[in-house]
Write a protein that binds this ligand. Sequence first.
Ligand code: AMP
Ligand code: MG
Length: 537
Amino acid sequence: MPIPLTDLTFDNTFVRELPGDPQTDTGRRQVRGACYSPVQPTPVAAPRLVACSREVLELLDLAPDSCALPLFTDVFSGNRLLPGMQPFAMCYGGHQFGNWAGQLGDGRAINLGEVLNSQGQRLLLQLKGAGPTPYSRSADGLAVLRSSIREFLCSEAMYHLGVPTSRALSIISSGELVERDMFYDGHPKDEPGAVVCRVAPSFLRFGNYEILTARGETALLKTLVDYTIRTDFPHLGEPSPPVYLEWFREVCRRTATMIVHWMRVGFVHGVMNTDNMSILGLTIDYGPYGWLEGYDPDWTPNTTDSQGHRYCFGNQPHIGQWNLLQLANAIYPLIGDSKSFEEALALYNDVFLSGWNQMMAEKLGLSRFVAGSDEPLLNEMLDLLQLVETDMTIFFRQLAQLPATASHLERELTANPDQTLRPFAEAWYQPQSVTPEYRLRVSKWLTAYLHRRLQDKLPDNERIARMNRVNPKYVLRNYLAQLAIDRAENGDFSMVQEILDLLRRPYDEQPEREQFFSKRPEWARNRPGCSMLSCSS
Ligand code: AMP
Ligand code: MG
């Protein structure tokens, strides 16, 4: 049964069990000996609901129409607190682009409270863009509408794709202007402001542990780790040194699994700093992320990373491990056994590699990955996809439709070569530039692939259904998010809702929305917001 908003049950373990900052103002400061600072959201002038996720309402036991109430808009813009809420900002540090950055913290995120839902799940409600905190450094604690729409849509899209992620309940425009220099090039602009309410069991990051070790606060580190295990990993048992290690191994496994999913759907996080790595293995902090259009391991949407490409698509698995190494260094004082950490980091590699192979086999419609013989097939496909700009989503989705038998394919290749190269050809961005040699390589690969597929003897309809469950038809293409933003900035929020609806069923055919299953239009190739984003949000 749905409940009214005022009946949400709060159980605020974080502020109850961990030490907080005695100061409650928003003066910027280094906060030592504490895991958080109590802080109030800053009220906004004219809150207005932009969009709301009905699935997240349901998760919170709220009725679908509760977001229409003025109270909802007031609470999730930060204008009003519900009984039981105890707002706070977390203290954390982090490695940014490979360098230790010291204290960062929730500079524009304010946690409202931990809801216990009727299923017994713990869900922390967090406002992003609700004003300054002690961790805001030189910034304003606010967020603009464009980045809020991106965070909201992507959180929900990832959830429906089956990727571990934080959720988003709502976006509310603030009715206030926020100044941003989108490309840090001396051209600041006033943009509409907004607040997103994010939801996850916990927003603890690797950086929450790193900051304590960097400051030599080992007793507090132990308190925080014990809290984390008791609250979010209770199945591991009572905290002790062997349990700490088991916990780290689980974080390694979860991180590897999350990144396999990213690689499956073509997601590039864009800023995999250790302060953006969730201890629960959830995708968090949607900033300058992007979705692969042409399959290109070297691609990153983040202009701040355009020199080094540290966080490009193909480097994400490696960075996951680098970040885990920083977490290992942070919790080392509790365990003091470097060999076990090395083994856990090797476990990350194993989990990633077997997950990647299994995932690729599923994308190709094979019942399992045969080590050795399937590798050349996979590698040749990835080479082909990179040699000619080929849309990843369209390619994999169309692969399921290939003729069922190899001899059938060979006949077709002779009779009608262009038609048969369809999974590739429909995904090519510049078909006119494709050489005859390349076409020949593609048709050889297709023949080898079909021979391999036939070995599995899966009935065709079953194979297609399986492939369609892992190869999405619809993803949050960068230009689609931008179109929804352009309209929303002009006061029309309908496309945000439309994209949200589309991405609720990413694996289903939606014939009435076929236009969203198409390559990125040429105008979007180099347009800011579509292919180029920065951390300015
Ligand atoms: P990010 O890379 O976006 O996750 O942010 C890195 C750090 O900068 C975090 O500590 C954020 O809280 C902080 N930050 C980013 N934008 C703002 C802002 N507008 N106001 C205050 N802090 C911010
Ligand atoms: Mg962040």
